[in-house]
Ligand binder design. Structure first.
Ligand code: UT7
Length: 334
């Protein structure tokens, strides 16, 4: 058996649409207030795709930035993985649409469906192909246009979500660096707590399904909240333990951006100072699979990651699913 080679992230890129939806805008649409949204979630505004922007359009912008920063051409890509619950259409996959748009002609392409954990599932999958030597460069994109499946008459959900895309280019790195541990999990029994009921083979699109508003996100907020706090803590702990890294040695936590109160629970649990945690939900809301890669890209751009830093990425969401990874960050390549 071949020895596994270390894998890391060479570069990231992100894109959010121009249109801003503020809490003040939402006050005019549903019975809510800026005060409720800020104190219960931490969100102040979010970005919305335009009518003619689909997920692959956002993914393309983020992908081009990641490839440019990595100085790797689309033709060199071996594989493209897109994590999304808002694909352009049921099929072809958004990864195939992106592959064509980028001109990544030798890349295999597939979508991953793990909701807000999608980016973590995506990089976990991508890293296996590189580690075993089958592929060298894999592009992973987390992208969502949640505004297209959000019911803007439902105050329980419409204040939470936003649109965006984040991309990461993965490749081989020197021994001792890159991904040190992964933790992935699912609790399928909790699926109904967060779902988009219609449009698949269980409830195909019909005039009834549209009239009953079944093509929108449905969520039991407080149940998902309890689950989120539990698995964010347990999966972060799991990767620290697997990698043999103590809480004190953790340099940066990049959590899924669902609710500031969920992130605060982790800050408390791990005794982290604020500069060790990346938060951008105040500006973008919950972008599902795009939240983590956009937050990571912004942290890198702001110079918050140094050579040798221990960085944890952790996500949770629909499925129900969760996932975390710990990287010993390197800017070097192998
Ligand atoms: O990314 C995938 C994972 N998703 C998550 O992690 C989301 C997790 N859940 C949450 O972040 C929170 O549960 C929410 C932000 C969704 C809700 O916060 P909460 O503190 O759990 O509130 P709640 O659902 O228990 O609702 C409390 C009250 C209710 O009123 P009553 O029944 O007590 O009279 C809601 O109707 O707040 C009401 N409410 C609102 N009021 C004003 C719910 N949404 C709103 C709103 N504006 N937008």
């Amino acid at each position: 058996m071949r020895e596994l080679r270390p894998v890391g992230i060479y570069a990231t890129g992100s894109y959010v649409p121009e249109r801003v939806l503020t809490n003040a805008d939402l006050e005019k649409m549903v019975d809510t207030s800026d005060e409720w949204i800020v104190t219960r979630t931490g969100i102040r505004e979010r970005r919305l795709a335009s009518a003619d922007q689909a997920s692959s359009d956002l993914a393309y912008e983020a992908a081009v930035k990641a490839l440019t920063k990595a100085n790797i051409s689309a033709q060199e890509l071996d594989m493209i993985i897109v994590a999304t619950v808002t694909p352009d259409m049921m099929f072809p996959s958004t990864a195939c649409l992106l592959q064509d748009r980028l001109g990544a002609s030798k890349a295999a392409a597939l979508d991953v469906s793990a909701a807000c954990t999608g980016f973590i599932y995506g990089i976990a999958t991508a890293s296996q192909f590189i580690a075993n030597g089958l592929y060298r460069y894999v592009l992973v994109v987390g992208v969502e246009t949640l505004s297209k499946i959000t019911d803007y008459t439902d105050r329980n959900t419409c204040v939470l979500f936003g649109d965006g895309a984040g991309a990461a280019l993965l490749g081989p790195v020197p021994q001792g660096s890159g991904f040190q541990a992964f933790e992935l999990g699912a609790e399928g029994s909790g699926g109904p707590l967060l779902s988009l009921p219609a449009g698949g083979s269980r409830i195909p699109a019909s005039t009834d399904s549209v009239a009953n508003r079944l093509h929108y996100i449905s969520m039991s907020g407080s149940e998902v909240f309890k689950f989120a706090v539990r698995v964010m803590n347990s999966s972060t702990e799991a990767v620290l333990e697997k990698a043999g890294v103590s809480r004190e040695e953790l340099d940066l936590l990049v959590p899924h951006q669902a609710n500031l109160r969920i992130i605060d629970a982790a800050i408390k649990r791990f005794g982290l100072s604020e500069e060790k945690v990346v938060v951008n939900l105040d500006r973008y809301g919950n972008m599902s699979s795009a939240s983590i890669p956009v937050a990571l890209d912004e942290a890198l751009e702001a110079g918050r990651v140094k050579e040798g830093d221990h960085v944890v990425l952790v996500g949770f969401g629909g499925g129900l699913t969760w996932g975390a990874t710990l990287l010993k960050w390197t800017f070097q390549r192998a």
